[in-house]
Structure formats: structure tokens, C-alpha cells
Design a protein around this ligand. Structure first.
Ligand SMILES: NC(=O)c1ccc[n+]([C@@H]2O[C@H](COP(=O)([O-])OP(=O)(O)OC[C@H]3O[C@@H](n4cnc5c(N)ncnc54)[C@H](OP(=O)(O)O)[C@@H]3O)[C@@H](O)[C@H]2O)c1
Length: 297
């Protein structure tokens, strides 16, 4: 076998997600559609190339949603990667929709969750999605969480879902969900936003994967960017790394339950994020970075 054909090492080592061993550095597909996560990508060929490169780098965990675009991210994943590598774990989410203006609206009634799973199965071209996150939205007509979880369990029993995750949950909601068997939690969390720490602790206690979204602070302009934080920039220059790598390396070092899904539409940023696997944060740097959430409020 030539070097080019050899299976790459899983970037960042591996951890368990829904019964599968996945590389700790995965990929989030939310940046692939057009601006505002709406419509087609600015450059379709680049979007397809980013997905193919991610897999070539050893990524085997891709996070997506039917409502990215809507209908764009899943179509790109299918176009770029189907038939999928055997070890590729696809993770999607249900519980939301986009309205005509592109606003995110809740779709949490059991029949909407089911329709969401069916839409993902069709667009991804699979008989089962490995992991589906129940994405809660604190808006609209409330739907009982137990009713939502019961529908997710029914979908898992039918084999349409391999494992259930939850997303954007409170500590209380996570406690309520844990008895049905939860593979992962996806909440906003980063070096600068540590509000999810109690949930991470509960994940650690129950050996649940912690898959933070907005690990770099997102593409949304109103949220603080990890890559612009002066102490992160300083640490990066001292370590010969990039600020994004420092932010991601901190997440990996902070807790072994963490799996990364940084989002990018840029091939150079993708390579940068994968190379986080080679960045070592020494104890002094960890201490400085650990303290950042307190100093940034
Ligand atoms: N469960 C949920 O409700 C939920 C919500 C949001 C997101 N998610 C998932 O979580 C994933 C991650 O969140 P996210 O994509 O919103 O935010 P993110 O990963 O925190 O940040 C994405 C932003 O960082 C930039 N970026 C990425 N790599 C970079 C690098 N190496 N250097 C400099 N800038 C870089 C991207 O721009 P470029 O494109 O220019 O690289 C983009 O603007 C999403 O892709 C999605 O799969 C889930």
C-alpha cells in the first residue's frame, strides 16, 4: 500500500459516539450552505472539496441538519461522499425548521420529529442515521419533552435512528432525557462560553459524548470569537499554532468526552483545524486559558 492510500490516523485520537469509535476532530457542515446558512454555497466545488478533504484527513464524524440551507448541507454531503466510507458516522438533528424568511422555527411535535428524521434519511440516502439530536428550541407552543423523547425512542426502535442525542438542553432537561439512553449532548460551549460546564460534568458522570457547537464562537457576528481573544492570539504565537488551533486544542485537553465539530467552508481552515491534533498546550498555557471564561465574564 502506498502512503497515499494508507488510512490516515484519526485526528485527535478517538472516542465513542453512539457505539462507534470516531476521531475526536470531526466536521460541522453548517458553514457549507450560503451566507446565513441559507441557499447554495458560494462555490459548490469548494464545498464538495472541503467534505472530501475532511474524510481524507481521517474525519469520520460529520454533523449536519436538513435545515442547513435548508436541504443544502445534506445534499452536498450526499453528492461529495456517497457511497459513504464504512466508518463514517453521520449525525443530524431534528426539532427545527426554516420559514420563508430563513428564521429558525420550532418543529417539535412528535409527527414533526418523525418527518424530520424521514427527510434526513431521504436526503442523506441512508436507511439509518447513526445519531440524531433532538434539538430543543425555547420558542413557540411548548411540546412535552417526554412526548418528544418517546417519539425519538420509537424511531430508534424502528431502526431509523442508531442513537439519540440532545441539543441546546438545560441541565434539568438532560437529567430528564438520560434514562432513554443518550449518546451525546450538543450545546454551545467554547473557551469563552463555559456556561455549559455543569452539563459537561453530567456527561462525564454518565459517559456521554460532549459535542460543543460554536467551538470557535460561530460565524454569527454578535458572538465573541475565540480566534480574536488576545490571550488566545498570544498563546498561538508563542506555540507556533493558530488561534483557532489553540481554542480547539483547549477543548480537547479540557475533557476527554469532548468531540469537535468545527464548521468551515474554507479548505485552509479545515487543514488548520485538523492539525489541532498536533498542538500541545503546556500546563501554564492551560492555566491561562482556563481562567479566560472568568475574566471575559
Ligand atoms: N445543535 C445545534 O443547535 C447547532 C447549532 C449551531 C451549530 N451546530 C453544529 O456545530 C458546528 C460548529 O458550529 P459553527 O460552525 O456554527 O461555529 P464554529 O465552528 O464555532 O465557527 C465557525 C466559524 O469559524 C470560522 N473558522 C473555522 N475554522 C477556522 C479557522 N481555522 N480559522 C479561522 N476561522 C475559522 C468559520 O469561517 P470559515 O468558513 O471562513 O472557515 C466560521 O465563521 C456547525 O457547523 C454545526 O454542524 C449545531
Amino acid at each position: 500500500m502506498t502512503t497515499a492510500n494508507r488510512t490516515p490516523e484519526p485526528p485527535g485520537g478517538t472516542a465513542t459516539l453512539g457505539g462507534h469509535q470516531v476521531a475526536r476532530i470531526g466536521f460541522g457542515a453548517m458553514q457549507l450552505p450560503g451566507p446565513g446558512v441559507l441557499g447554495p454555497p458560494r462555490d459548490r466545488e469548494t464545498a464538495l472539496a472541503v467534505l472530501r478533504s475532511a474524510v481524507a484527513f481521517g474525519v469520520n464524524h460529520i454533523d449536519t441538519a436538513q435545515f442547513y440551507g435548508p436541504d443544502v448541507a445534506n445534499e452536498l454531503i450526499h453528492a461529495a461522499l456517497h457511497p459513504y466510507p464504512e466508518d463514517l458516522v453521520l449525525v443530524t438533528k431534528v426539532g427545527a425548521e426554516r420559514d420563508a424568511e430563513g428564521n429558525w422555527t420550532p418543529a417539535q411535535r412528535p409527527e414533526q420529529l418523525r418527518a424530520g428524521v424521514e427527510a434526513n434519511l431521504r436526503s442523506l440516502g441512508v436507511e439509518q442515521v447513526h445519531v440524531v439530536n433532538l434539538r430543543l428550541l425555547d420558542e413557540g407552543e411548548p411540546v412535552d419533552l417526554d412526548d418528544q423523547l418517546a417519539e425519538m425512542v420509537a424511531l430508534r426502535d424502528e431502526g431509523k435512528i442508531g442513537a439519540i442525542g440532545v441539543s441546546t438542553v438545560t441541565l434539568e432537561q438532560l437529567r430528564q432525557a438520560l434514562p432513554v439512553g443518550i449518546a451525546c449532548v450538543q450545546n454551545a460551549y467554547s473557551l469563552l462560553d463555559r456556561s455549559g460546564e455543569p452539563l459537561l460534568e453530567l456527561c462525564r458522570e454518565h459517559d456521554v459524548a460532549w459535542v460543543p457547537y460554536f467551538p470557535l464562537g460561530s460565524a454569527f457576528p454578535h458572538l465573541p470569537k475565540v480566534t480574536e481573544q488576545p490571550a488566545v492570539v498570544e498563546a498561538a504565537s508563542r506555540l507556533g499554532a493558530t488561534p483557532a488551533q489553540v481554542g480547539l486544542a483547549w477543548l480537547l485537553a479540557h475533557d476527554a468526552h469532548t468531540l469537535l465539530i468545527p464548521g468551515t467552508s474554507d479548505p485552509d481552515h479545515l487543514a488548520d483545524n485538523i492539525a489541532t491534533a498536533d498542538v500541545h498546550l503546556d500546563a501554564d498555557t492551560m492555566k491561562i486559558l482556563d481562567g479566560l471564561a472568568e475574566s471575559t465574564g
